[in-house]
Design a binder for this molecule. Structure first.
Ligand code: FE
Length: 224
């Protein structure tokens, strides 16, 4: 009971203030929850939602350049510079990435020349001066093949470093399949023959050389 009018008014005001404080606290909690982002393990995450959308026509037989039974892409050493959880992206270029631009396209196929949809491709490489980014993810990225088994990688030609000719490391994996780890090489380099790891069956095919940019193809062949 309110014994005095002033006391009564004060109780009403205090009650209103408590209600406002409770509402404000509830609103701030809701805001904090909605801004949380759940990180994903990018090397094992599901393909992004745009994978599976029709983006290209099925490759022609000549484009596939595959005769069944095809030899599987050979495995090579992973080397010391692989980092898990690379970002999902088909272009590894960032602002002012120096070097000769390389656009590499092709397919992931089974040994009986069937395209592998949603195959994981994870690439990592040295920059144009032969340096790996071992603190961040510069020139590292993974992607998934489209509904026709195709991929496209946009990057720069890697530089050489002591003991190694130019090369791009990769991992390729069909959905729920084993991981194949290997390396791609460039044609007609003098240092290829001196490189103990070099394998001529892993040389990319340069289809266009414009000096400051190259276009090339390579098909990855994996066991079904
Ligand atoms: Fe390397």
């Amino acid at each position: 009971m309110c014994t005095k009018i002033i006391n009564c008014k004060w109780k009403i005001i205090r009650g209103h203030l408590q209600l406002i404080v409770i509402v404000l606290m509830a609103l701030s909690l809701l805001g904090a929850c909605s801004s949380q982002v759940t990180p994903q393990d990018s090397t094992v995450s599901a393909p992004s939602s745009d994978v599976g959308q029709p983006t290209s026509a099925p490759p022609s037989a000549s484009e596939l350049n595959c005769t069944s039974p095809a030899s599987p892409t050979p495995a090579l050493a992973e080397g010391p510079y692989f980092k898990a959880n690379s970002p999902e992206r088909s272009s590894l270029l960032e602002a002012n990435t120096p070097g000769t631009r390389l656009t590499l396209t092709g397919s992931v196929l089974t040994t009986d020349c069937q395209p592998v949809v949603n195959a994981l491709l994870d690439f990592w490489q040295a920059d144009a001066s032969g340096q790996y980014d071992n603190t961040g993810y510069h020139l590292r990225g993974h992607q998934y093949t489209d509904e026709n088994g195709r991929y496209e990688l946009i990057t720069v030609v890697p530089g050489e470093y002591p003991g190694r000719t130019e090369h791009i490391h990769f991992k390729v994996q069909a959905p729920n399949g084993p991981v194949l780890t290997s390396q791609l090489f460039f044609p007609d380099l003098q240092d290829n023959q001196a490189d103990q790891i070099f394998d001529p069956s892993l040389v990319i095919d340069i289809t266009e050389d414009r000096g400051s940019s190259l276009e090339a193809t390579f098909n990855f062949i994996i066991k079904p």
